[in-house]
Design a protein around this ligand. Structure first.
Ligand code: ADP
Length: 477
């Protein structure tokens, strides 16, 4: 009888969790509206919303006419990448990227909390090594100045397309002396120090790089979304809608706005006690609320918290002292592996519980509940991200609803082909997440509009796009 009661309580933990994670389409539409409203507020005044709606000064997106060899450096998460991109310059051929080379490298964890000098010296020397390999040690490369697009995926207050100061760190970075400093200058100094003749021609956020590649490949691309370790989005806005910056001079009448949507918050978000605890125990409480429900850094951790709660109600998890009680032991890729376990015995789930969380012999029926927890967490995350995407479309009048400020007539808006590019490890590698997201966008938009909205998956866009922007904004030597 006692066992039965315990089992009932474990099931109750799941049921309660599932209920508070509910994202029926009505709820999602409220999130859509809240996103659009917050976007307005963030554009109206500095500090007007949790959405920073940062200006990027990117007012022209690459169009295919760019030509030559450009470099990019992509820093923004657990890895950084250096790239060389060769552009053919044939704007009639949207595949005019002749080739690109990428080297990916992990950032040594101690450099994430060290000094800016240590971090940038390390990065600059990796970049130099890469350039020397690509160009050989020819005399030409020593004389010729190379142009670099720098993707730096943290909130930056941009002064121009090629410079900006760091507002704050996210995603586990904490280098105090960097906050408030010009990011390009830090890199530029480190490159000069080691005699690397390279100029930062564009400083962008990863989402902006992704948008640049998306637009290069398909002119109907209006927004880019990143869902990896963190999450963010940017989109093309009319300059006159950026009220907080009156008289903004742009060549195209538009500017890319970096939303920093990881910090989005609304009372309509389905928040659970596990989210509250995760936030309270994080290094940045009350910050990045949307990111904490959506991105790869946190999904596994939410699952761990729910399983831990279940284990407190049951003896199926063995003695409590397992790794289950250590924060962040269940990484999101492991969670995805459990979620995707299709074996009838859930062997992969059992293996991960045993090897990674040190809880052997969890009965099959409990393993099934654990898979369900993964499903609930991912489904909520993906559907909220989908609502965010539709929120952007609503703001720019591409969701078919008439938009809040759009002056266009309804008939025109309805059938305009609209592309949103999506990139990031969570969307790329976690198939259930991707399916839930795509499905929710269709569900929110409805059958009439959704065929005109295309979610396109890109890879390496944040880096290649930065090189494209370096090309578009490069100065003549
Ligand atoms: P970044 O760290 O720059 O965001 P990515 O876009 O590659 O880099 O995203 C990496 C993140 O994607 C990881 O932190 C992890 O959360 C998530 N991820 C990577 N692989 C998987 C996977 N197989 N299943 C689920 N999530 C994954």
């Amino acid at each position: 009888v006692r066992r039965r009661r315990r089992w009932t309580r474990v099931v109750a933990v799941l049921e309660e969790f599932e209920e508070s994670c509910a994202t029926h389409v009505g709820r999602l539409r409220q999130v859509v509206d809240a996103m659009a409203v917050e976007m307005h507020a963030g554009l109206a005044s500095e500090g007007g919303s949790k959405l920073k709606m940062l200006l990027t000064f990117v007012d022209t997106l690459p169009n295919g006419s760019e030509k030559g060899t450009y470099y990019a450096l992509d820093l923004g998460g657990t890895n950084f990448r250096v790239l060389q991109v060769q552009l053919g310059g044939d704007s009639s051929d949207r595949s005019a990227i002749l080739r690109h080379d990428v080297v990916r490298q992990a950032i040594p964890p101690h450099l994430m909390t060290s000094t800016s000098e240590d971090l940038f010296d390390f990065i600059a020397s990796s970049l130099k090594e890469f350039v020397e390999k690509e160009e050989g040690f020819s005399e030409l490369s020593a004389v010729k100045r190379m142009e670099l697009g720098f993707t730096f995926s943290f909130p930056v207050k941009q002064m121009s397309v090629l410079s900006g100061i760091l507002i704050k760190w996210t995603k586990g970075f904490a280098i105090e002396d960097m906050v408030g400093r010009d990011v390009s200058e830090c890199l530029q100094q480190a490159m000069s120090k080691i005699g690397l003749n390279m100029r930062v021609a564009a400083l962008v956020n990863d989402s902006v790089g992704t948008l640049a590649l998306g637009h290069y490949q398909d002119e109907d691309t209006v927004a880019a979304v990143i869902i990896g370790t963190g999450t963010n989005a940017c989109y093309l806005e009319r300059a006159d809608a950026i009220i907080k910056c009156q008289g903004l001079l742009t060549t195209s009448g538009c500017m890319v706005v970096n939303m920093e949507w990881g910090n989005f918050w609304s009372s309509h978000l389905p928040r659970t006690s596990y989210d509250v605890d995760l936030d309270a125990n994080s290094p940045n409480p009350n910050d990045q609320g949307f990111e904490k429900m959506v991105s790869g850094m946190y999904l596994g951790e939410i699952v761990r918290r729910v399983i831990l709660r279940m284990s407190e109600e049951s003896d199926s998890f063995g003695p409590v002292a397992s790794r289950l009680s250590e924060p962040f032991t269940l990484r999101t890729p492991l969670m995805a592996a459990m979620h995707g376990d299709e074996s009838p015995e859930l062997r992969e789930v059992a293996r991960i519980l045993k090897d990674d969380l040190e809880i052997p012999d969890v009965p099959l029926k409990v393993r099934k509940l654990i898979v369900k927890v993964c499903d609930v967490v991912t489904r909520r995350a993906a559907r909220l991200a989908a609502a965010g995407i539709v929120g952007i479309l609503k703001k720019i009048g591409r969701d078919g609803s008439g938009g809040i400020t759009s002056g266009r007539t309804k008939g025109q808006q309805k059938f305009r082909r609209t592309v949103v590019v999506v990139e990031g490890g969570l969307y790329t590698n976690y198939s259930m997440f991707r399916e839930y997201l795509d499905e929710a966008v269709t569900e929110i938009l409805g059958d009439e509009i959704s065929p005109h909205v295309i979610l396109k998956h890109t890879e390496d866009g944040s880096g290649i796009g930065a090189a494209l922007l370096a090309a578009a904004y490069s100065s003549p030597n």
